[in-house]
Ligand binder design. Structure first.
Ligand SMILES: NC(=O)c1ccc[n+]([C@@H]2O[C@H](COP(=O)([O-])OP(=O)(O)OC[C@H]3O[C@@H](n4cnc5c(N)ncnc54)[C@H](OP(=O)(O)O)[C@@H]3O)[C@@H](O)[C@H]2O)c1
Length: 199
């Protein structure tokens, strides 16, 4: 399969690329690095990137920014970052990707543990992750041509502890390679409308 990994240069995306390459043609897309660059918060940029890549069999998204910060001080503008980037960015990868994906292809998006297990400072992430998971459940029953869509909800990765670990006291960190397996299941399996929690 030709598999496009948006966020393929990041912590999760690199682990997914490692798990899939060898058996598949993997195309890594980043914001500043990778085989192609895009900005998922800009739908025109997404379309330009898809035009450059051409058709594909599967799209994995492991990209998306959200604001973490004290709920007492959080602003509408800060909440909007996650809505535009992680939520609508990934939704637009699906909406636009429908024109490029092959019959029986698959979309795999990324939410995160705080969608159902909130943490301090994480209201925006909870909002976005929950919305993504319900979008996936709904889109799955209407996608045409045998297309599938799933979501992976990782816990905090061991590799990300130095950056985000302080937000996740008491959480059991998960190895990136184990998280990557959920994406392999989504891409190479036949299920649809699923949220794979890796915690
Ligand atoms: N890491 C964790 O523990 C964890 C746990 C649960 C959920 N998540 C979620 O998983 C996703 C990926 O996390 P990560 O830790 O792997 O992130 P990361 O290491 O920061 O990597 C982010 C990736 O996305 C790309 N990217 C960033 N902004 C983009 C944009 N606007 N358009 C297109 N590509 C963009 C980056 O490209 P460049 O390298 O070119 O900048 C990079 O490939 C995030 O949504 C995060 O909330 C992460």
């Amino acid at each position: 399969m030709k598999i496009v990994i948006v966020g393929g240069t990041g912590t999760i995306g690199s682990a997914v690329a490692t798990a899939l390459q060898g058996r598949h043609e993997v195309v890594r897309v980043g914001r500043t690095r990778g085989d192609y660059q895009t900005d998922i918060a800009d739908s025109a940029a997404i379309r330009r990137t898809f035009d450059a890549i051409g058709g594909f069999d599967a799209l994995v998204s492991a990209a998306g920014k959200v604001h973490y910060g004290d709920f007492a001080a959080v602003t509408e503008k800060e909440m909007a970052i996650g809505l535009q980037d992680k939520l609508m960015g990934q939704v637009n990868l699906v909406l636009l990707g429908r024109d490029y994906i092959a019959d029986e292809g698959s979309f795999t998006l990324t939410s995160g543990v705080v969608g159902h297990d909130p943490v301090r400072d994480g209201a925006c992430a909870s909002l976005v992750n929950g919305a993504l998971e319900y979008f996936v459940r709904a889109a799955a029953i209407e996608l045409p041509r045998g297309l599938r869509i799933n979501c992976v909800s990782p816990g905090i990765l061991i590799e990300s502890l130095p950056v985000f670990g302080d937000y996740f006291p008491g959480h059991e960190p998960v190895p990136g390679a184990r998280v990557a397996n959920a994406y392999v299941k989504a891409v190479e399996g036949r299920q649809t409308g699923q949220v794979y929690e890796v915690i």
